[in-house]
Design a protein around this ligand. Structure first.
Ligand code: AMP
Ligand code: GLY
Length: 436
């Protein structure tokens, strides 16, 4: 089958490897792709948001499936345009992608459908927002969210009213352009954070979904969850202290009402929903929707899935998903991000990477470029080391054993991916208990 994959990062490289590993041959195209993806297929010079260019290519070249990695093209209507050409797309319509593209829209959806989430207010003018902050009584930090897409930088946890006031002023003055002229203020949620991915196929006449194993990401740059936020420094799954009853609770409290809500609102869904969840003292609550796979959660999920990815995504793309589960491999998977010097504020680019042949791990390329001399850094998150083992402890050990084979000046990585979860499980603590 001819497949066009939209994107260029680690998520897409991991998906491409999985797509190519199935029983049927895959002729892979990637837009815009990367030098690593060029090793698996043909890269097309389209920016991810070039809706008309990509749709025209699809009309002419008739791929059997288009898989959209990032959220930006979905919000821009790429899936609608390509579907309009009669080509199956794994990726949501623009109307559905607003669940990620507008925080205010997502909060309205959650409230309308009784999905547990933090109390919030939406503002489009500065004065009432400032007044709400001065009168704030929902606890600290005050959570401020730019309504639109802001490349993962649109959420600020303000530790004081002063900081919240400064943030809301910057947002509304256009820090993220139009995306931050509408602002959501939200009460803080305290608890255990997790990433829940669900394949969803919802249309006027059916609503099907399959829940993937919950993962945990590590957002801060330094060990012990210290330092600034990043796109994610490492992930693992499944979560060892999550019980079958906990999974059932996630399904009942968050997934079911989401899928029912999509159908009630006439929102067609043909892709993945990634629910950012906080397990609070009251139970699981929804932090946010993403309409795409997480990165680096995808790298973990691709290892855990015991399915032909192309067939599975095509089932969703063609509106034929009629099962509620996917086949999984036993054990645990982990992805450790190797990041460039200077990340997350910037990224030292064009630094040559000493890349050996680390044993027992997959090397996923997230931000690299190939030169005549070899691979060099070209983004913040550069490589991921990904592996599976019988359990989390063994998976962590496998990555540790391999990491010495990859290096470059300034390389940053966390050494504690999955460590807190491992200790948590060993101590017999549950998802309702905070990390020690
Ligand atoms: P995002 O950039 O939208 O992925 O959100 C960034 C992070 O902000 C989330 O992963 C949470 O850790 C945190 N966050 C978002 N909303 C809340 C909230 N209401 N309470 C506490 N933390 C939050
Ligand atoms: N790893 C978090 C995200 O993809 O948003």
């Amino acid at each position: 089958m001819k497949i066009l994959l939209i994107g260029s990062g680690g998520r897409e490289h991991a998906m491409a490897m999985k797509l190519k590993s199935g029983p049927d041959p895959v002729e892979l195209y990637a837009a815009p792709g990367s030098d690593a993806l060029a090793g698996l297929g043909t890269c097309l010079p389209f920016a991810v948001e070039d809706v008309s260019g990509i749709a025209a290519w699809c009309a002419l070249n008739r791929p059997g499936l288009v898989v959209v990695g990032p959220e930006v093209p979905l919000v821009a209507g790429l899936a609608d345009a390509v579907r309009g050409e009669g080509v199956p797309v794994f990726g949501h319509d623009a109307a559905t992608a607003r669940l990620e593209g507008s925080k205010a829209f997502a909060k309205d959806f959650m409230v309308r459908h009784g999905i547990p989430c933090a109390a919030s207010m939406t503002f489009t003018a500065l004065e009432p927002a400032e007044a709400a902050i001065r009168a704030w009584s929902l606890g600290l930090p005050i959570v401020l969210k730019a309504d639109g897409l802001a490349a993962g930088k649109g959420v600020v946890l303000a530790g004081s009213r002063e900081e919240a006031l400064a943030t809301v002023r910057a947002f509304m003055a256009g820090q993220f352009g139009e995306a931050s002229r509408k602002v959501v203020l939200e009460a803080p949620l305290v608890g255990m954070e997790l990433s829940l991915h669900v394949l969803v196929d919802v249309d006027a006449d059916h609503a099907a979904y399959a829940v993937l194993p919950p993962c945990q990401d590590h957002k801060r740059i330094f060990d012990g969850d210290q330092g600034p936020n990043t796109g994610g420094m490492g992930a693992f799954g499944p979560i060892p202290f999550l019980s079958p009853a906990d999974l059932e609770r996630l399904r009942r409290d968050l997934v079911e009402p989401t899928v029912a809500g999509l159908r009630k609102d006439g929102l067609r869904a043909r892709g993945v929903l990634f629910l950012g969840v906080m397990w609070t003292a009251r139970g699981p609550e929804l932090l946010e929707y993403n309409v795409r796979f997480g990165d680096p959660e995808t790298q973990v999920l691709m290892e855990l899935l015991d399915e032909d990815l192309a067939s599975l995504l095509l089932e969703v793309a063609e509106g034929r998903l009629r099962r509620d589960s996917v086949k999984l491999r036993p054990g645990c998977a982990i992805a450790v991000v190797l990041a460039a010097g200077g990340y997350p504020e910037g990224a030292e680019k064009d630094v040559p990477i000493a890349l050996g042949a680390p044993e027992g791990v997959k090397v996923v390329h997230a931000g690299t470029r190939k030169t005549q001399e070899g691979w060099v850094t070209s983004g913040g998150r550069v490589l991921n080391l990904v592996t599976t083992a019988a359990d989390l402890e063994a998976a962590r050990a496998k990555v540790e054993g391999a990491v010495a084979d990859v290096h470059w000046p300034g390389m940053q990585r966390r050494r504690d991916i999955g460590l807190r979860a491992l200790n948590h499980a060993a101590a017999g603590r549950t998802v309702a208990d905070p990390f020690l």
